[in-house]
Ligand binder design. Structure first.
Ligand code: MG
Length: 420
């Protein structure tokens, strides 16, 4: 098995604990060192490993860390595999091998990051991108993206300015690449008039973009731009199917309908998107939080791959990111949450679902994960949080008045249900 880690404080002891545990069961352990999650995933898939473990807490707060289990195809384990592993761990059901079968060393693998950069370069038009000499500001949250993305961009001919790319710096930038954590990136890009601002989360499987005016592009908008670029430039071998979670904007349907694209909606979670892409033969998947999956490369979120594709898109289109962004129709988006008693979570959600289906009987309803209601002029999603005792409500409409009216209808209905 291949073990790797991001640069979070405390990861050295977790890496050693994971390694000791694996060795005690007779597993041969290889160590990739500091590396982005998608780089480890690619190496597991391409080098015949049985599995991988990535020590990271991804986008979560700095004081957290955790483990991501990667299967032999490079894709994260599904929730049921994780549960099976947790059960084996809890019940001490794992094997222990006799002393003579314990290995005597852990093998360091030195070329994981280099292999990853080269593989990404093989998927884009390096000459065309290099000629543009793009100016890019990169914010890697003081984590492992710093080891690969600036180098990748330089090999794409870009003039790269790094921000929060020092791994030894504590505290590091909050690992979640959301607008409130990227004020610095936004103002640097704006004052330089750079072509692109790019930010990763802690383990660099996500990428979000900032245009030259310092505007943050929501992940689903950036993904629409990337999908359109790939569909229009990579020819007929790209199947006309895009997979995304129900929390993404239905704008994807509208913008890509001219390509005859079918949008397949899944439950929230990148693993659901990845497994659906594989099953449906799709090469394009994304999340609204900046996760982009390009199946020709691998069926996982990959921040650096998304960045390289974005530069290729800018090179091919001869447009600035701000112009591509402004081509997507503007809408009004509101997000809110309602606190609930977690004991009644499922009952509350079921009642809300029934009431919404009655109230919006003319609209399309998707209820695979909460309730999503789709109308040509708006969409909304009501969904219980997986980790907190709240119900999240997302509303997007063509105008502000419709969005506000919808939100108040949904919130009122939700409170009525909770009272009941
Ligand atoms: Mg991540």
């Amino acid at each position: 098995m291949l073990v790797g880690c991001d640069g979070r404080a405390g990861n050295a002891f977790l890496v050693n604990a994971v390694t000791s545990g694996l060795l005690s069961t007779g597993v041969k352990v290889f160590f990739a060192g500091l590396t982005p999650t998608p780089a480890l995933q690619l190496y597991v898939k391409t080098h015949g490993f049985d599995a991988g473990v990535m020590v990271t807490a991804s986008h979560n707060p700095p004081e957290y860390s955790g483990l991501k289990l990667i299967l032999s195809d490079g894709v994260e384990a599904t929730r049921d595999v994780e549960e099976a592993v947790e059960e084996i761990y809890r019940d001490l059901m794992f094997r222990r091998v006799p002393w003579a079968r314990l290995g005597y060393k852990v093998t360091n693998v030195e070329d994981v990051n280099e292999f990853y950069i080269n593989r990404i370069l093989s998927h884009v038009d390096v000459d065309k991108i290099s000629k543009k000499r793009f100016r890019v500001v990169v914010d890697c949250a003081n984590n492992v993206g710093s080891l690969t993305t600036p180098e990748l961009l330089r090999r794409l001919g870009a003039k790269v300015l790094t921000l929060n790319c020092d791994l030894s710096h504590i505290p590091y930038r909050n690992p979640e690449p959301s607008p409130e954590n990227l004020g610095e990136l936004s103002s640097v890009v704006k004052s330089l008039g750079a072509d692109l601002g790019l930010a990763h989360d802690g383990d660099a499987d996500r990428a979000v973009f900032v245009d030259r005016f310092g505007r943050f592009l929501p992940g689903d908008r950036a993904a629409i731009i990337l999908c359109e670029h790939i569909l229009s430039s990579k020819g007929s071998e790209i199947p006309k199917k895009v997979v995304t979670a129900i929390s993404s904007s239905t704008m994807i349907d509208e913008v890509l309908s001219k390509y005859g694209v079918e949008v397949i909606w899944t439950k929230v979670g990148s693993i659901n998107i990845a497994r659906t892409m594989i099953r449906e033969g799709s090469l394009l998947g994304f999340e609204e939080n900046g996760g982009f999956l390009y199946g020709r490369h691998q069926y996982v979120r990959d921040g650096a791959m998304a960045a390289a594709l974005m530069l290729e898109c800018l090179a091919y289109s001869n447009l600035g990111l701000h112009e591509l962004y402004d081509k997507i129709p503007a809408t009004h988006v509101i997000k809110t949450k309602v606190t609930i008693d977690p004991r009644f979570r499922d009952e509350i959600m079921e009642l809300i679902k029934q009431r919404l289906i009655e109230a919006f009987s003319e609209d399309r309803v998707i209820d695979i994960d909460g309730v999503k209601v789709i109308n040509p002029d708006y969409w909304f999603l009501v969904r219980p949080s997986g980790t907190e005792p709240i119900i999240r409500i997302f509303v997007e409409a063509k105008d502000e008045a419709t969005a506000n009216k919808l939100l108040s209808t949904i919130v009122t209905l939700t409170h009525e249900v909770i009272k009941k």
